[in-house]
Design a protein around this ligand. Structure first.
Ligand SMILES: [Zn+2]
Length: 699
């Protein structure tokens, strides 16, 4: 059970997932080397400057293609490692973090005495994951208790307890649907139960519904993958082929009843509050009482269903699909979800389909890397403590906090100066800005994992228990006050997010490292890069989606009608601009999906520029390496997103990723900033200068 209402809007894709399952996110970097023998206390994070002149390609005219000019050298010097599906500045940094965490974990795993509770827990978890011999020895037998539970089901009505236990224990996958808690969209201080669509093995519902040749090919290849999983469970190829068709047929019906990603950007569509009795009316063939009892859910009155049509479809299938088909569906998702933690044949099949075929990886990530990521996902705030001690000094916290405050002030200035917004709406916008909390580095209070039983040598058991711990932690929030100190990302994560219901911006220690934030470097590239990221997250509070939530995080319209219309015309400008950009082959950006991110990219950089100018008022800044301070601000911005990507991965992201591709995230912003044209003396009519009537300006 994961948080179903996901309003978190990360800058980069979330990354702390393990294995190669369908839900695993933007894959991450290759190890540069192995620091295994170092003591954790001696391990260091490598340094790359936030503005790297050698990463540029100065043979390119910045006014023609600014991304190539800033990142061309980086792209040439940094081919995609074999185990990666994309490779960028952020990915390299994440790789450094993994190397560092590996050193900590190896030491924690091998130490025999004098380990504190946290060290013992993360060390044993990692040790069990690395014990490949034991995992092989246990083989497919580890699935037997769960497979037996599925086999014992006597009627569709009896499916609920089996489904809930699989939802609680299988990580990074969704079993039929998702049940958890979320903040009440109308009262953000209240936690209510929440039910969301799910149940698919491909990364999005569109894979099941699109009619082009590539989509058909992917579906055929997916059915072969499902068949292989059944064969690994011991079925004959013939029986497995039949079962694979059953899974495909049930998932296709679920996909057709699912909301699209664009529909899910409308928070009103996701708001369907009801009582338990209404849920029982919506899907009467499912035993909700048994489900809630087995989930150990607290008693509650109100719940939210994000997609009622989906639950009607589940209900229909409960009546119309033979029970044997349901059992087939569950067996597959059980084995598929657990594949990364099973013997090598399962791991290999999972990689072959999800990473190699679907996203273009050439090689599997080494086991240590997958294991570090598993610990980071399952015990992130235990492992993160050592990371923070090493990588996040009080001085760093103070300097980034100062930057955040300056960016917030710049946003305030910007709102006050907007010529298209009425004083009435401005007052509301400022109130929202002033209510926004910011969280920097790591939580004030670390999560207590002491109730998770970690057993040496029991990888699957450890993963199950950690997943159940997190699922119950979420469920137990129902009826409890909201914890504003909670983090949705672990400290080493190279990412950031804004949460509209919390109305807070969150910057883990992992994203505040060089080359993204470089304490050794001057303000210009730092404001261009991390300043832009801060501005980006802050602007999410005012993008087409975030702007529908008020200062308290409630879904409430605070705009005058005229201002709303003007705002929509302005975001439409951004949507039209990005619709022109190509992701890969003939696939254009789905700019209805990326609109929030594109608006945040543009607004973020504009306010970062204002904040930078303010922070350096009266100073006589000098050129460095022949580049003016203004030029260095913009190159710092572009170099946060230098990247190479495999075409297969670009295809997946064109469907699933709300972020535009790297070149568009840079060039799409600078074409709208006269400050950029001035810095590089670009002339009207050049590609990096939008004609005045086409300049988009929202915030
Ligand atoms: Zn974002």
């Amino acid at each position: 059970m994961k948080k179903p209402l996901s309003y978190c809007l990360p800058l980069i894709l979330a990354l702390a997932t393990v294995g190669a399952s369908a839900q695993s996110s933007k894959a991450r970097p290759q190890p540069a080397g192995h620091a295994g023998s170092n003591k954790a206390s001696e391990a260091t994070l490598p340094y790359t400057p936030s503005l790297d002149v050698s990463a540029m390609d100065q043979s390119v005219d910045p006014c023609v293609d600014f991304y190539k000019y800033s990142c061309g050298g980086w792209q040439k010097k940094n081919p995609i490692p074999a185990d990666q599906t994309s490779w960028g500045v952020d990915g390299k940094l994440y790789q450094d973090n993994l190397d560092f965490l590996r050193t900590i974990l190896e030491e924690a795993a091998s130490a025999k005495k004098d380990r504190d509770a946290v060290t013992r827990m993360v060390g044993d978890f990692y040790g069990a994951c690395m014990n490949e011999k034991e995992v092989e020895k246990r083989g497919v037998r580890v699935l037997k208790p769960d497979l037996d539970a599925i086999a014992r089901v006597k009627s569709a009505h009896d499916l609920a307890p089996v489904i809930v236990h699989m939802q609680l224990a299988v990580p990074a996958t969704s079993m039929v649907f998702e049940g958890s808690s979320s903040q009440d969209p109308d009262d953000s201080e209240r936690q209510i139960a929440s039910f969301d669509q799910g149940g698919l093995g491909l990364p999005d519902r569109d894979y099941y519904t699109k009619d082009d040749d590539k989509s058909k090919e992917i579906r055929e290849r997916y059915v072969k993958h499902v068949q292989k999983v059944f064969e690994l469970l011991g079925e004959t190829p013939q029986a497995a082929a039949g079962d694979a068709q059953t899974v495909m047929h049930m998932e296709t019906a679920l996909a057709r009843a699912s909301l699209t990603r664009v529909e899910r950007r409308d928070p009103y569509k996701l708001k369907n509050k009801m009582k338990v009795a209404d849920l029982e009316k919506l899907a009467p063939n499912f035993d909700w009482q048994a489900y809630l009892r087995e989930a150990s859910a607290p008693k509650f009155e109100i719940l939210n269903v994000t997609s009622p049509a989906f639950f009607k479809e589940v209900n229909r299938q409960l009546a119309e699909e033979p029970l044997a088909n349901w059992k087939t569906y569950l067996r597959y998702h059980l084995a598929n979800g657990y594949s990364p933690y099973l013997s090598s044949v399962f791991v290999q099949e999972n990689f072959d389909f999800y990473s190699k075929y679907l996203r273009g990886a050439k090689e599997m990530r080494p086991r240590w890397k997958r294991c570090v990521q598993t610990v980071d996902r399952d015990l992130g705030e235990a492992l993160g403590q050592a990371y923070v001690r090493k990588a996040f000094s009080p001085e760093l916290k103070a300097s980034t906090l100062d930057m955040v405050k300056r960016i917030q002030q710049a946003m305030e200035q910007r709102i006050q100066q907007l010529d298209w917004m009425s004083p009435e709406t401005k007052k509301q916008a400022l109130s929202k800005l002033h209510s926004m909390r910011n969280k920097i580095g790591y939580p004030d209070r670390w999560r207590d994992y002491s109730s998770v039983k970690v057993v040496p040598g029991d990888l699957l058991g450890n993963v199950k228990r950690a997943t159940e711990f997190e699922a119950h932690r979420q469920i137990n929030k129902i009826g409890q006050p909201v914890d504003h100190g909670e983090w949705g990302m672990s400290p080493p994560t190279v990412n950031a997010y804004y949460d509209p219901q919390m109305n807070d911006i969150n910057f883990p220690a992992g994203v505040l490292q060089p080359p993204l934030y470089d304490a050794k470097m001057d303000d210009a590239p730092n404001y261009g890069d991390t300043g832009g990221t801060v501005g980006h997250e802050l602007t999410h509070g005012f993008d087409d989606e975030g702007s529908q939530f008020d200062d308290k995080g409630n879904l409430k319209d605070w705009w005058t009608k005229e201002d709303k219309e003007k705002f929509e015309a302005r975001t439409q400008c951004v949507q039209d601009q990005y619709a022109q950009y190509v992701v890969v082959d003939d696939i254009h950006i789905n700019s209805k999906l990326t609109l929030g991110e594109d608006v945040a990219d543009l607004g973020g950089e504009i306010i970062a520029y204002i904040a930078w100018k303010d922070a350096n008022k009266g100073k006589n800044l000098q050129p460095v390496d022949g580049l003016t301070p203004e030029q260095r601000f913009f190159i710092g911005f572009a170099q946060w997103d230098c990247a190479n990507e495999r075409p297969e991965n670009q295809r997946v992201r064109a469907i699933t990723d709300p972020h535009s591709p790297p070149y568009a995230r840079i060039n799409g912003v600078v074409v709208n900033m006269p400050e950029f044209a001035q810095a590089f003396r670009c002339k009207a009519g050049q590609p990096m200068v939008n004609p005045p009537e086409k300049v988009c300006k929202v915030w």
